[in-house]
Design a protein around this ligand. Structure first.
Ligand code: DP6
Length: 313
């Protein structure tokens, strides 16, 4: 019988950008994320005669999926698998579809083949495929840090139910993947060493802010981490400019709301979408404000959700 797993994208508030020069896809910076709820990857896995992978209804040969299966098979005896994965949100548009995708894939394979991995082991395999995926194994507020570079849950979603308004400014896949973008920044940005030097302190302060549920401090740290990462991106050669005019217009609108006392802050990943994190009290106001910004195609408002789960059969 086939196994169905679901996982959700996560959004980093303290960003991962850069890798250590070792095996295992180890980040060069710690990161802290929130796992979302209604955006979902659903992955179905079954035993077959040959491996195959279908994404959103189309057969694809994805070298990252092949590499992920190869790494699992170094440790476990896993027969050929037919895998189909569907996202209910735009793929590869800066909404971390690889994070939910690999988290759902590892959870499904673990269950289907009775591998009996712990969540920490699943997170480690997900990290090897895509480091942000390590965090989507868990729900709520999640940290990914040394020494073991396995994600750990920091606070349940229900303990601090912030909301996220995503302003979509472009629906097509990004031009430069995160993996290639990071390599470029590492090689060429003069700011890269400073970015790495600050990252541990930023992470630890954010972890403490989450523990205290201190919105103002988390807002300051998250915006600073985002802007530092984009400064590294934009100072890479050739430059990585993921923003569009509407991205900046959203930032200005968020600043105006902050000045008027609205509890909201922004973050942006390797794409043009703006994610505005706010308290539930301000969700409607923030959604309406961003929907009204010129160049915003649509908004999605989501809450914080669970880690990877297996569908009951
Ligand atoms: C900007 O996890 O996609 O979203 O490990 O090379 O697959 P790989 O990179 P990926 O990078 C995510 C980068 C980011 C920031 C973050 O999610 O922390």
């Amino acid at each position: 019988m086939a196994t169905i797993a679901r996982a959700h994208p996560n959004i980093a508030l303290i960003k991962y950008w850069g890798k250590q020069q070792t095996a295992g896809n180890i980040p060069a910076t710690p990161s802290l994320s929130i796992t979302l709820d209604t955006l979902t990857t659903t992955t179905c896995v079954d035993t077959a005669a040959l491996d195959s992978f279908t994404l959103n209804g189309k057969r694809v040969d994805d070298p990252k999926i092949a590499a992920c299966l190869a790494i699992l098979r170094e440790q476990f005896d896993i027969p050929p698998l037919v895998i189909s994965s569907d996202n209910n949100f735009p793929t590869a548009a800066g909404l971390a579809s690889s994070a939910s995708g690999f988290a759902a894939l590892i959870a499904a394979i673990n269950h289907h083949n009775k591998l009996e991995m712990t969540l920490a082991q699943q997170s480690a395999f997900a990290r090897e495929a895509s480091a942000s995926a390590a965090r989507s194994i868990f729900g709520g507020y999640v940290g990914l840090n040394q020494p073991d570079w396995v994600a750990k849950p920091l606070l349940d979603a229900e303990m601090w139910p912030l909301r996220v308004v995503i302003a979509i400014t472009q629906e097509r896949p990004k031009k430069v993947s995160s993996t290639l973008g990071m390599q470029r920044s590492q090689k060429s940005s003069p700011f890269y060493p400073a970015w790495i030097a600050d990252s541990e302190a930023d992470y630890l302060q954010a972890e403490a802010a989450v523990e205290r549920r201190d919105f103002a401090t988390l807002a300051r740290l998250a915006e600073a981490s985002c802007l530092k990462m984009h400064a590294v991106m934009q100072s890479s050669q050739p430059p990585l400019i993921y923003w569009r005019p509407a991205t900046l217009a959203c930032l200005e609108r968020i600043r105006e709301m902050q000045d008027a006392g609205v509890e909201v802050f922004f973050t942006i990943d390797a794409g043009p979408q703006v994610k505005a994190v706010c308290t539930a009290e301000f969700e409607v106001e923030v959604t309406q404000a961003l929907a009204g910004v010129a160049g915003v195609l649509r908004t999605l408002t989501v809450g914080l959700g669970r880690g990877a789960t297996i569908e009951d059969t």
